[in-house]
Design a protein around this ligand. Structure first.
Ligand code: FES
Length: 183
């Protein structure tokens, strides 16, 4: 008997509603339906999270591998090697009078210097000798003392490195290297 023919009691069956037709096409019981939706949602979350992580890693790798750009500025004496003990620091200005930089005596014969301005929101970074890293106290952004790259926190770019040379017991700055291009 067709659904549209009279039934045993002589009455006519109503034509199927949109909801009934939909259920006929996709026969999922309502208890299972919730489970299917949760499962699909879980899968969606896993896929989108994975895509976001992959995107972040790609950006990090891109910055990390991008070329170093060095700009030379007039040479300037910034300190005597004897005035900073190992683990000590000195703030100096380079290349302009308002460009604060941090000179660090990392090891007996190793001096490095970076712009003191955090690449996140421009707080002044400080040196943590026990961890051998530069730290931004504002939002716990950390930078490698070896090349200034970001090791933790929100800073989007490495610290610009001040190029140094030592001559006759004096330390001279002569340029600035920037790692990675702004994206
Ligand atoms: S200003 Fe340095 S981490 Fe935010």
């Amino acid at each position: 008997m067709s659904e549209f023919e009279p039934n045993e009691t002589g009455g006519k069956q109503n034509p199927p509603t949109g909801e009934e037709l939909w259920r006929e096409e996709f026969p999922v019981a309502s208890a299972e339906q919730g489970f299917v939706e949760r499962r699909q949602f879980g899968r969606f979350l896993v896929l989108t999270s994975g895509a976001m992580v992959a995107g972040q890693l790609w950006l990090l790798g891109k910055n990390w591998l991008s070329e170093v750009e060095t700009t030379e500025y007039p040479r300037k004496a910034v300190a005597l090697t004897s005035e900073i003990p190992v683990g000590g620091t000195k703030v100096f200005q380079y290349p302009g009078p308002s460009d604060n930089c941090l000179l660090v005596h990392v090891e007996p014969s190793k001096f490095v210097a970076y712009s003191q301005k955090c690449t996140h929101l421009a707080c002044a970074v400080i040196y943590a000798p026990e961890k051998k890293r530069l730290e931004c106290p504002c939002h716990e952004g950390y930078f490698s003392i070896d090349d200034g790259h970001v090791t933790q926190g929100p800073p989007p770019r490495p610290l610009p490195r001040i190029e140094l040379e030592v001559e006759g017991g004096q330390i001279f700055a002569y340029g600035i290297s920037v790692f990675g291009k702004e994206t």
